[in-house]
Design a protein around this ligand. Sequence first.
Ligand SMILES: Nc1ncnc2c1ncn2[C@@H]1O[C@H](COP(=O)(O)OP(=O)(O)OP(=O)(O)O)[C@@H](O)[C@H]1O
Ligand SMILES: [Mg+2]
Length: 271
Amino acid sequence: MKIAVVGATGRTGSAGRRAGAGAWPPSDERRELMTESAIVAHALSITRGGNSVLHGIDCTIATGTITGLLGPSGCGKTTLLRAIIGTQRITSGAITVLGQPAGSPPLRRLVGYASQQASVYVDLTVEENVRYFAAAVGAAASDVDRVVEQVDLTSQRRELAGRLSGGQRSRVSLAVAMLGTPSVLILDEPTVGLDPVLRAELWELFRQLAHAGMTLLVSSHVMDEAERCHDVVLMRQGRVIAQAGPSDLKRRAGADSLDAAFLRLVNGDAA
Ligand SMILES: Nc1ncnc2c1ncn2[C@@H]1O[C@H](COP(=O)(O)OP(=O)(O)OP(=O)(O)O)[C@@H](O)[C@H]1O
Ligand SMILES: [Mg+2]
């Protein structure tokens, strides 16, 4: 996959780029620099269809970092991500993105989102899909080629989206989310259905995007993906039960693998 990232995002200040420079993963000292907050949720509660789904979430996502959002199925990850992009009605509390209330008009071009279900038009080709969304968000035509190449779909660009595999289709959604080089990228399980090579390449792309200053919040069920994050937010039953870097989480749970740490933290029996 072509994963060269051309141009920093540069829309959210310099903390991320400063913090992103150098070795990977970042040292604790460099993590300290990542203080500028891209997303802040405060006492966020959400009721959906009469179900109380999120119960007073407090969490802060630092600019220029990759944060993994993990937790058992049904714990509220998608609901939280929808609140961040502003498509989910909030019952109480507050959520701000780049200092603005989530969903406010100035954020539309600054926040990219790929939903859990790839949302593409099956009767359009890859390129037509991306071009259509580029026009909708006002992205430059030259951006279409860039994002299609970044998700490694250049050779399928004239295929109808309806004839793509599930993993290819979700990469079309990812390409659309990256149009216009947003400052914040919200990805709901972007690597489901991808083979290990593609997954690794996509994570390398995420790393480069964060290095260039972008803030990425990525939900996942896959532990080796959590290992690649600066920070991990662990949810259980509508609450954030831990937020820390992968090694901190292991230390806190007294576990030598993230798998074991998550099981302990989610089951509430951490040392
Ligand atoms: N439209 C809806 N009406 C009522 N309840 C809903 C609705 N959508 C989701 N829920 C409930 O909200 C809770 C959280 O769902 P959500 O989709 O946010 O979980 P998730 O952590 O993303 O799960 P998964 O890992 O399976 O994607 C679940 O208990 C679910 O049943
Ligand atoms: Mg979900």
